[in-house]
Structure formats: structure tokens, C-alpha cells
Design a binder for this molecule. Structure first.
Ligand SMILES: [Zn+2]
Length: 222
């Protein structure tokens, strides 16, 4: 298979793989969490209510630019609006990973954002990992809140819910989600021993400069 159909097939496989990797890496349990990728004018998104072990390439749902599925397609994730809204607003983003990983969710349920306590907080694209305001899961209001909080960055926490990462590629979105979870665990740990010392704005600026020059002209760890 080649061309556009081949691209869609490849993206479907990658989405299944990312969902299964999230499970293997402890970022998700059961049917929580969802993943999407830009596909032409539309979006490919995980189906509603299917555990990662049972996902197949065929089960991934295609939605067009108006959010309409194809005949015979499964019901999309309840968070499809959130994925579609971000992709519509962000031409620099092609893939989104959302999960309820433990430490990010602990902080999100405590109403906390993650301050600039470690240079890897910078993978979010901002000096701190912000917290999007609460709205009911699956709602258009939540889609708006999250798209707004993500503006100019690549990850945020979602109040009383979990985390979301957006990136140019699925591999990068998974990497960011895993790193946000790690920074959430580190912050949680520091809160138990008196709280973190944070990096200054100047120190974070220097970190962003280093990120731009890191490795093989790519972002860290990719
Ligand atoms: Zn969720």
C-alpha cells in the first residue's frame, strides 16, 4: 500500500502501538486515555471503550473536518472534540496523547500546576506545566479549556482529570506525556519534603536555548 491510504494505515498502526506502550509503561489502565493523529483534512482517534490489548488497526476511528465518521466506523473516544479542537488550532501539532497517569492525576486533583523545578519541565514548551480548568469529560467546554491552556506549548495537566501532550509526531507526544508524568512524580515527592526549589526565568530561558541546540538537531531523547 502506498500514498494516502498507506499513510493512514501507518498512522493507525502507530496509534495502536502508542496506546499499548502507554499501558506497558504504566501511564494508563483499562479504557482510560486516548490518542489521535492528523490524517489529511481529518483525524484518526482511538475508539470509545476498548482496552489497549484489544485495539486493532481497523478499530481506530476516522473523523472528517466536521467530526463525522465513516459508515461502519466505531464510536470515537468521548474526548474526540478535545483532540479535534487542538488539531484545528495548532498547525504545528499532528498527534495528541491523553492519559490519567497517577502522579499527573494526583496533582491535577489537588489543583496544582508543575513549577520550573527541573529542566525537563521545559519539554512542555513553557517554564511550567500549566493546569487547564475543570469541565466535564467529553464536553466542548473541556475541549476549549485544554486548547486554550495548551496554546504556545506542548503539554498541560487537566484539573481533576489527567494530562495531555501534543506534538508534531506520535512518538514525540508519547515521550512528552511520559516526561510530564515523571516531573509530576518528582514534584509530588518534593512536596513531601518541604517543596521544590525552582529554576529562575533566566535559567529556564537558557534551558530552552540549549534544547534548540541539543543532539542531532532534534529535541532531547528522540
Ligand atoms: Zn480522560
Amino acid at each position: 500500500m502506498s500514498g494516502r491510504a498507506g499513510d493512514e494505515e501507518r498512522l493507525r498502526r502507530q496509534i495502536v502501538d502508542v496506546m499499548q506502550q502507554m499501558l506497558a509503561r504504566g501511564l494508563n489502565r483499562g479504557t482510560s486515555g486516548n490518542v489521535s493523529a492528523r490524517c489529511g483534512e481529518g483525524v484518526l482517534v482511538t475508539p470509545s471503550g476498548i482496552v489497549p490489548e484489544r485495539l486493532t488497526v481497523e478499530s481506530i476511528v476516522y473523523l472528517d473536518a466536521e467530526g463525522r465518521g465513516r459508515d461502519g466506523g466505531l464510536k470515537p473516544s468521548s474526548e474526540w472534540r478535545m483532540h479535534a479542537r487542538i488539531l484545528a488550532r495548532r498547525p504545528d501539532v499532528n498527534a495528541i496523547v491523553h492519559c490519567h497517569s497517577r502522579y499527573a492525576t494526583i496533582l491535577a486533583c489537588a489543583g496544582k500546576s508543575i513549577p520550573s523545578l527541573h529542566y525537563m519541565v521545559g519539554v512542555s514548551g513553557k517554564p511550567e506545566i500549566q493546569l487547564a480548568p475543570y469541565a466535564t469529560f467529553g464536553s466542548a467546554e473541556l475541549a476549549d479549556h485544554v486548547a486554550e491552556t495548551l496554546a504556545g506549548g506542548y503539554a498541560c495537566l487537566m484539573a481533576n482529570h489527567g494530562l495531555i501532550a501534543a506534538a508534531p509526531s506520535l512518538a514525540r507526544a508519547l515521550f512528552i506525556a511520559e516526561e510530564v508524568e515523571e516531573q509530576a512524580a518528582v514534584y509530588w515527592g518534593t512536596l513531601a519534603i518541604g517543596g521544590p526549589t525552582t529554576l529562575s526565568g533566566t535559567q529556564m530561558d537558557e534551558i530552552f536555548r540549549q534544547f534548540r541546540n541539543y543532539g542531532q538537531k532534534k529535541e532531547p531523547s528522540e
